[in-house]
Design a protein around this ligand. Sequence first.
Ligand code: 6PG
Length: 240
Amino acid sequence: MFEIKVYNEVDELLEHLAEQLMAYSLRSKPCHIALSGGSTPKALYALLAMEPFNSAICWDNLHFWWGDERMVEKESAQSNFGEAYRTLFQHVPIPEENLHPINGANELSIEQVHAEEEIVSKLDKHEGRPCFDWVLLGLGEDGHTASLFPGQVDYEAQSNWVAATHPETGEVRLSLSAETLCNARSIAFVVTGANKAEIVRDVFGDEEESEQYPAANIFAFDGETQWLLDEAAASLLVND
Ligand code: 6PG
């Protein structure tokens, strides 16, 4: 159901992700990739913006979406799209139409309708639902992923996008739903840092205990699910 890969250094993990992205870009048809938010992906964006990946990746062949977005202006440092654009996309030759951000400046319910139309019209379907080629996800210390927060998730929600509220900041967000995330061909959780070691241990711990964590319930129903960790984040995992 899933594979755990532990990298000695974060740089090795980032290199693997960049090479995987390059492989997607060289496929015979366009690939649709959902990026995670938060801080973890920023180091990957910096690597991709530099040579050799800047020139080696066939950016025309990649379409980027976001697994979740904070409902803020893209100029805000809180904007997942804004940060990705400033650290990566404005530095590489990717056509504007290949970027499919949530418009965080819009009123939530209006943007939710627009986002639903966009994803249904642009993505191939699997089992009647939009199907990403690759979904990159992070892990919060409370076990959330995308903006699927503990105690808030409707795992049977039929829409592709769901509204969410950050339990601490009250920030309003749009997130891909659990059903749409799990419909992806491939999912990769990317988790680094000692501060994530406890939640990684708990997500892979006792099944009854772990099901409270949304990240533990997200896996590709008909595809591959990988957990890509650095040693620090994996430091409390017990080798079975
Ligand atoms: C978001 C994310 C969220 C993130 C985790 C990990 O918009 O905040 O999508 O799910 O991936 O909170 O965040 P860090 O990478 O900052 O630890």
